[in-house]
Design a protein around this ligand. Sequence first.
Ligand code: PEP
Ligand code: MN
Length: 346
Amino acid sequence: MPKLFAISDKPTIIAGPCSAESPQQMQSAAASLVQDPRVTMIRLGVWKPRTRPGGFEGLGEPALKWVAALKKEHPGQRFCCEVARPEHVALCLQYGIDAVWIGSRTSVNPFLVGELAEAMRGTGLSAMVKNPITPDISLWLGAIERLQQAGIDDIAAVHRGFSTYNNFGYRNNPLWEIPIELKRRLPETLLLCDPSHIGGKRELVMPLSQIAFDLHFDGLMIECHPDPDNALTDCQQQITPDELKQILDSLKPRTYNETGPSDLQRLREQLDIIDTEMLRLLSQRMRISKDIGSIKRAHNMPIFQPLRWQQVLERQMQAATEMGLDSEFVRELTEKIHTQSLRMQK
Ligand code: PEP
Ligand code: MN
């Protein structure tokens, strides 16, 4: 079976409604989406994990029956939906769903992820793992590893933003450095961006998608509904199939040239030199620190001396202000260096 989530030059575009609501809604969505050859797969929500009770929780098995009918109508079209329990996996297989995803409220739970991985073992299902709601790269990596350990070899990661105390105007804080680090650690795993759940507003879908392309994401998962304003879930962030087409038409493969103009290259070379110099100084500092450790031991002095630490920190904070550096940043940096220094002395 060819992999659905193989890395390729062509972006993977998954689009479809947040929730499957009625046969008509799914039929209308599918009829529009199959016409756009850029759409790789249609998404739909069948079981909706809601943060708070009382909302629409999805229609379950009946919605999967509509998918089975749509697959007959549009042969070759692929469909994917979220699973949160092993029974969901069994039902998806029964109705011919091609790929499933583990949602962000599930990927946070290693027990559940383990059960889902076992339910998928040997089935040939392709799987996506959305980032956990908490900004914890290990949980995200761990969920992917649990699937791999169950023999699932066609996996994509989906970045949908994180729940933080301040989301800075987004529905979910993108914290782009986390998916970028995930991609650095798992270069062979397809990385998709879900701008709908990051932005939470339809006007943010286009700019967030462009950022994702600029950051080398391999594709997008976008919520798309024939009548977004009347959608039963996530009505503010869903877009129509026509709007999806416009967005896909206007996205540029990358809005900037990676190397940039020569003055940028020159400045970057200077940064590289400074970075190396900082490491050289740090290594010198650690050597001195080790010598201090030997002296402390010889004189039965404790390694950590609160008064001395207080002085070091105050000195650095004062210098930070004089040099126009952010004092919180310098405090964190100094704490990190000090901790490592104490480790060297032990
Ligand atoms: C969804 O894709 O509809 C969904 C609920 O996503 P998430 O798990 O990212 O919140
Ligand atoms: Mn949604």
